[in-house]
Design a protein around this ligand. Structure first.
Ligand code: FDA
Length: 392
């Protein structure tokens, strides 16, 4: 049976980065990287609309969802966004900051994949090999694959989450973790479009294409970013963010004009410009078609001066506290990430090593650490991979 010093399972963001970090930190080790896909780093290729939002300068543990939000702190501190930017610059890849802290390639995300490949020159990569299981044995592990068994002193499990099976995602990592007695937290799709009931679609569909900056609140957490009306309901970054926290049956509360102070504005307009149409007053804080839809209720020509206190307050509430109850999400078919995963209580935060299985490290999306939208998930992939490589 072939024997390796380290076998990395999964050639996605975390696996590729771990291979490169091992070349830098421990060049004497013989490292094998396996993936069942025909190409490595497929999610990197399609990420960020093809330009890869490769990190976020505002990275900190509070930007991650986990049953233990402090777990990610050690790895994130050990490999920072600035470290990754330095790598990108050394590779001559031009980049720009899009929205606050989100860094993208000027060119294509394949530049990042190319950089990761060059960084791990010397690591043997085999594609088209499906991982089936990992079993501890004296002084290491036996890894079962579709092309036979391999042994290794150390194994890094980096097979990612369940999202987008079409791109190679599989639940094998969770199954391997469970087979070794590790605990899993509940998994569900995250950063995913939500779906809506027919009566809500009746409102949204005619507004398709309109975008506003909105605050969306789920439970006690609020996100502020762009919201987009679509034929399928609501989308845009702020809806994806909210989806990661949303649980079936929960309402989401939307403020369509967070800085407008609409109640005061309506009061003032009733006194100062009583003959103005309600829709026109709303139009000063919302796109025209949206203002008409909200003011309308069949009578978009109504005058602001004729509006009573209760009606004005109800209108302000419809804009600032619009409550809508999604019926579901589009699921793993389109989700960018998987929430939950390998329970962090079973992992050492500094090394990502499994506490009760020395020599096995679990990194990337498979772990119960999921970033907000905006480059945080790749930063976790790089940082967790680097932490494991440093320990090996
Ligand atoms: P990843 O999924 O990258 O890699 C896992 C690897 O394991 C895959 O190559 C897979 O083929 C392989 N594998 C699975 N089962 C196997 C088996 N049985 N045998 C062998 N190999 C197996 N994040 C971000 O920070 N910025 C962004 O711009 C985006 N954009 C984005 C867009 C879209 C459409 C998606 C779906 C996701 C993003 N993300 C993102 C999220 C980001 O892509 C994700 O968090 C990382 O790729 C996770 O890295 P991992 O290496 O953990 O898993």
């Amino acid at each position: 049976m072939e024997n390796w010093d380290v076998v990395i399972l999964g050639a996605g963001a975390a696996g590729l980065f771990c291979g490169g970090s091992l070349r830098e930190l421990a060049p004497h080790l013989r490292v094998l990287l396996l993936d069942h896909a025909s190409r490595a780093g497929e999610k990197i290729r399609i990420s960020g609309g093809g330009r890869c939002n490769f990190t976020n300068l505002a990275t900190q543990p509070s930007r991650f969802h986990s049953a233990n939000p402090r777990f990610a702190a050690s790895a994130l501190a050990g490999y920072t966004p600035e470290d990754f930017v330095a790598l990108v610059e050394r590779a001559g890849i031009a980049w720009h900051e899009k929205t606050a802290g989100q860094l993208f390639c000027d060119g294509k995300s394949t530049q990042i994949i190319g950089m990761l490949h060059r960084r791990m020159a010397g690591v043997e990569m085999r594609l088209g090999v499906a991982v089936e299981g990992v079993a501890p044995r004296p002084n290491g592990f036996k890894v079962s694959t579709s092309s036979g068994a391999i042994t290794a002193s150390r194994v890094v499990l980096a097979t990612g989450g369940k999202s987008i099976p079409k791109m190679g995602a599989s639940p094998v990592g969770y199954a391997i973790a469970e087979s070794l007695g590790l605990r899993l937290t509940e998994t569900r799709p995250g950063l995913v479009p939500m779906t809506f009931a027919e009566q809500d679609l009746d409102l949204c569909r005619p507004l398709a294409g309109i975008s506003v900056e909105a605050t969306v609140t789920v439970g006690r957490t609020s996100f502020r970013d762009a919201l987009l009306f679509t034929h399928r309901g609501l989308s845009g970054p702020v809806i994806l963010q909210a989806s990661s926290l949303w649980l079936p049956g929960q309402p989401v509360v939307i403020d369509l004009a967070p800085d407008a102070g609409l109640a005061a504005r309506l009061r003032e307009a009733r006194g100062a410009t009583p003959r103005r149409a309600v829709a026109t007053v709303l139009g000063s804080v919302l796109p025209e078609r949206l203002a008409q839809a909200i003011a309308g209720d069949g009578d978009s020509g109504a005058r602001i001066g004729a509006m009573g206190n209760a009606a004005a307050e109800a209108l302000a509430a419809r804009v600032h506290r619009w409550q809508i109850r999604p019926v579901g999400t589009e699921g793993y078919r389109t989700a960018e990430v998987t929430m939950g995963g390998v329970d962090t209580r079973d992992l050492d935060a500094r090394t990502l090593q499994v506490r009760k299985v020395p020599g096995l490290h679990i990194i990337g999306e498979l772990v119960d650490v999921t970033g907000w939208l905006g480059g945080y998930n790749f930063q976790w992939a790089w940082a967790s991979a680097h932490a494991a490589a440093k320990a090996i």
